[in-house]
Write a protein that binds this ligand. Structure first.
Ligand SMILES: Cc1ncc(COP(=O)(O)O)c(C=O)c1O
Length: 411
């Protein structure tokens, strides 16, 4: 018996009349496999969610990263609710902002100070402003297919973007320090900052971990050229290392952006920086109506405590390794060749010699129809709520999905 999604379909047909695309952005059904996935959730708990048709899913997207301790985590949710009763959005800052900043300065390798915001994109944008303020230069180097949000400078959209929005942006392949050096040579004295993710996690592609020389080399080049090195750790932050992914890969950036896993699903982000950036950071006017909301800070404090107590990065790595190994073995047993890439806690799978992702779409659709939620084009996420039993159950489903791919495509 496979799932059906009648109520999801009913809701989306109402939604398209009142919401552009019905569901826009990263949750849009257009980028999964329309018809084989649910569109609307009714509740979520632990490693699972239930859609509006009552179907149950083991969720390997974890809300695209924020859910690191599992949905509905008691300590985090209670911390949020307790603080919300005391006042969520207030005229003065909460002492929790001091407590949380002190905690982050304690645990994050490159953090001497912290600016809180709501979304990852808030922090990547402020980081550029601070880097430009510090250097008095304009240009920014980014990686092709890197994602830093939907701001015009970030290059995600084509509609509504003018050439001027991207005039000061220079692009290089991720992980290519020689290309970076060449770009600097033709823009000498003009580059304020380089912003990269700690490893490369593009959509529609294998993930790419840095070689041992990449980050030390980038640090040397940036120091030599007076360029601010910004690490966008919004996606990977705290799934690899609670001191930050910079610490994990042996790089100390000047600025680093965190968000997704900070508060297990509550809306908070943080830009952290080193001592040398402090004065410029304090001169930049950065704010938003909800940036000092205290319940999110309470939930972040509870989340961090729990991540430390249980050594969350070790748990998600172990579960991810079991999933990756299981998928690799299963694919071979069906005569299929797949690549599992990225860190085990944030894995992704592609079929060999990929051209159009049709096999990934069929594979993921067949999993979704049987209660396992993977994305065909975007990396997956593990949480500490995923159990060995979940992985076992998942591998039962993927066995069927591999079989169907083999029967349908033959390779
Ligand atoms: C690496 C990276 N940077 C920035 C962002 C933007 O974060 P947000 O969607 O919270 O604005 C994301 C979101 O997926 C991301 O993965």
């Amino acid at each position: 018996m496979v799932y059906s999604f009648q109520e999801s379909k009913r809701l989306i047909s109402r939604a398209v009349r009142v919401i552009p695309q019905g569901i826009y952005g990263h949750l849009t059904p257009v980028i999964t496999v329309p018809g084989s996935y649910p569109y609307y959730v009714s509740r979520a708990k632990g490693s699972r969610f239930w859609d509006v048709d009552g179907n149950e899913f083991i969720d390997y997207m974890c809300a695209y990263g924020p859910m690191i301790l599992g949905y509905g985590h008691k300590k985090v949710d209670e911390a949020f609710a307790r603080q919300a009763r005391k006042g969520a959005c207030t005229t003065l800052a909460s002492p929790l902002s001091v407590e949380l900043a002190e905690k982050m300065v304690d645990i994050v390798d490159c953090a001497d100070w912290v600016i809180f915001a709501k979304n990852g994109a808030d922090t990547t944008s402020i980081a550029l402003v601070i880097a430009r303020g510090y250097t008095g230069r304009e240009k920014i180097v980014l990686a092709h297919e890197g994602y830093h949000g939907t701001q015009p400078w970030a290059g995600t959209n084509s509609v509504g973007i003018t050439p001027a929005d991207r005039d000061a942006i220079l692009m290089v392949p991720w992980g290519d320090s020689a290309a970076f050096t060449r770009v600097l040579e033709s823009n000498r004295g003009q580059v304020a900052a380089a912003m990269f993710t700690p490893y490369h996690h593009p959509v529609f592609s294998d993930q790419n971990l840095p070689g041992p020389d990449f980050w030390p080399e980038m640090r040397r080049i940036c120091d030599r050229e007076g360029i601010i090195l910004i690490l966008d750790d919004v996606r990977a932050g705290w799934r690899l290392d609670l001191a930050g992914s910079g610490h994990y890969f042996g790089i100390k950036p000047d600025l680093a952006c965190f968000s997704k896993a900070m508060a297990n699903g509550y809306a908070i982000s943080a830009l952290v920086g080193t001592e040398k950036m402090r004065i410029v950071a304090s001169k930049v006017y950065a704010t938003g109506s909800f940036w000092f909301n205290s319940p999110e800070m309470a939930s972040a404090l509870a989340c961090i405590d729990e991540l430390i107590t249980i050594d969350a990065p070790a748990i998600v790595r172990e579960r991810g390794e079991a999933l990756m190994e299981g998928l690799q073995e299963q694919a071979s047993s069906h005569g299929l060749s797949v690549t599992l890439s990225g860190p085990p806690s944030i894995p992704f799978m592609t079929f060999a010699n990929e051209k159009n992702f049709m096999r990934s779409q069929l594979f993921c659709a067949q999993c979704a129809l049987r209660g396992v939620f993977f994305h065909p084009h975007h990396n997956w996420f593990l949480s500490t709520a995923h159990t060995e039993k979940d992985i076992h159950k998942t591998l039962n489903v993927t066995d069927t999905a591999f079989k169907i791919v083999k029967e349908h495509f033959g390779y």
